[in-house]
Design a binder for this molecule. Structure first.
Ligand SMILES: [Zn+2]
Ligand SMILES: [Zn+2]
Length: 425
């Protein structure tokens, strides 16, 4: 039997250095913003996602990997990252920390049972940030600025910030009523799902893929027209802060986001860069006001955003630098030279140099090819003559310069060579 990876999954092999660089870049940005990492479990109790993400969303109702464990508990592979962080925030009483604002990021695989297509896998990866514990428009804006700067630092062009407000509970109630009023006459034309949503959560009708073109969608009520006074004040402050920071944004009244927990500010980072295609959403997020209390925590709120990392990689294109090559590739000729080489690579690694050696007992030609493939700065050639004289032959592959170096001087030779060098980058 031939084994293959399950549909919707990929092996990351040649792309691994790019993944590492992307991860490193994201960690660095997080350090600039004083955001610490949180690692939550890959699987959680199914109820968490039903509650946090919302059981009328497509993610929960159609796309989750849910199974029973051996004790009959319902377990789900995480389809997104916010629910786990929110659960941990409540469970570990992070809200009681003297530092009221808690900032976390997460990074890792998520799972959704969707039709696989280019850049969208069933096991995919997300990077996300959550800032919990304080409700302030300043923090909404910090999240937005952070999201935009990540995308720009990957070299993506024509980046636009789209924002909208869904308002607070009072605004949402008024808006729900307005939606029901609006969609009631059209219900008989709308799909089965929309008829379900009408009672449970009419907001979701707006992102129905089946009824997207229906007449009633065009003039549906906008959240922005139903904001309570305090919700409007919050949103006005967000806009004026963005103005002050000279961050360009587009007020996008149709932006509602696909998950149930959002309120107040929602945003998306959209790019017209050729690499992703015009008007592509790179990522987005928003404030969630009732999520923490719904999970049994206090009445505190959070704001966050997430990016699909596969999309970030496409966005980065060649913007991420290639992996650095080896310092030394050791090329023994003969048994004695091989024994000596083992000593040398061990010594070099202990001194902080990256190196490898030939174990395949090949001739010089094959070994030089490996030195080339590994982009080694030095090829270190050791033949019978070198073993006898207790020296090695060091060739800098940038300058092509060859030097005979005594065994005890190898480390100092490399240090000096690197110190001088402008023949190599
Ligand atoms: Zn529908
Ligand atoms: Zn050199």
């Amino acid at each position: 039997m031939a084994y293959s990876a399950p549909r919707g999954t990929v092996d990351i092999i040649n792309q691994a250095p790019k993944w590492q660089q992307l991860e490193q870049l994201l960690r660095t940005v997080c350090a600039y913003y004083n955001v610490s990492e949180m690692r939550t479990p890959i699987f959680e109790h199914t109820e968490l996602f039903n509650r946090a993400v919302g059981d009328t969303t497509d993610v929960v109702s159609k796309e989750m990997y849910t199974f029973q464990d051996k004790k009959g508990r319902s377990i789900t592979l995480r389809p997104e990252g916010t629910a786990g962080v929110a659960r941990s925030f409540v469970e570990n009483k992070l809200f009681a920390n003297p530092e009221k604002l808690q900032k976390y990021y997460y990074m890792g695989p998520m799972f959704r049972y969707e039709r696989p297509q280019n850049g969208r896998q069933r096991q995919f990866h997300q990077f996300g940030v959550e800032m919990l514990g304080v409700e302030s428009p300043y923090i909404d804006v910090e999240c937005m600025v952070m999201a935009v700067s990540i995308v720009e630092s990957l070299g993506l062009k024509d980046v636009k910030l789209h924002i909208n407000s869904l308002g607070d509970e009072e605004s949402r109630e008024a808006y729900r009523e307005a939606l029901k009023e609006h969609f009631k006459p059209a219900l008989k034309d709308l799909c089965y799902d929309c008829n379900q949503r009408f009672e449970k959560n009419p907001l979701r009708i707006l992102d129905c893929k089946v009824d997207r073109a229906h007449e009633s969608m065009k003039d549906a009520p906008k959240t922005i027209d139903y904001l309570s006074e305090s919700a409007k004040a919050h949103f006005d402050k967000v806009c004026s802060l963005l103005d002050d920071l000279e961050i360009e944004y587009v007020l996008d009244v149709n932006l509602v986001r696909g998950l149930d927990y959002y309120s107040h500010t929602v945003f998306e980072v959209i790019s017209d860069d050729k690499k992703l295609g015009t008007g592509s959403t790179v990522g987005g997020g928003g404030r969630y006001s009732s999520l923490i209390s719904e999970l049994g925590g206090p009445e505190v709120t959070g704001v966050g955003f997430a990016f699909g990392m596969e999309r970030l990689l496409i966005a980065a294109g060649d913007g991420l630098n290639e992996e650095e090559g080896l310092d030394v590739y050791v090329m023994p000729l003969g048994d004695e030279a091989r024994d000596l080489s083992v000593q040398i690579v061990t010594m070099l690694r202990a001194n902080g140099f990256s190196c490898d050696m030939d174990y395949c007992e090949r001739g010089l030609k094959g070994q030089f090819k490996s030195a080339d493939r590994f982009d080694a700065h030095f090829s270190m050639i050791i033949g019978e003559e070198e073993v006898k004289n207790e020296v090695v032959n060091m060739k800098c592959n940038h300058s092509k310069e060859q030097t005979v170096v005594k065994l005890e001087n190898i480390v100092s030779f490399i240090d000096e060579h690197y110190g001088e060098g402008d023949h190599h980058e």
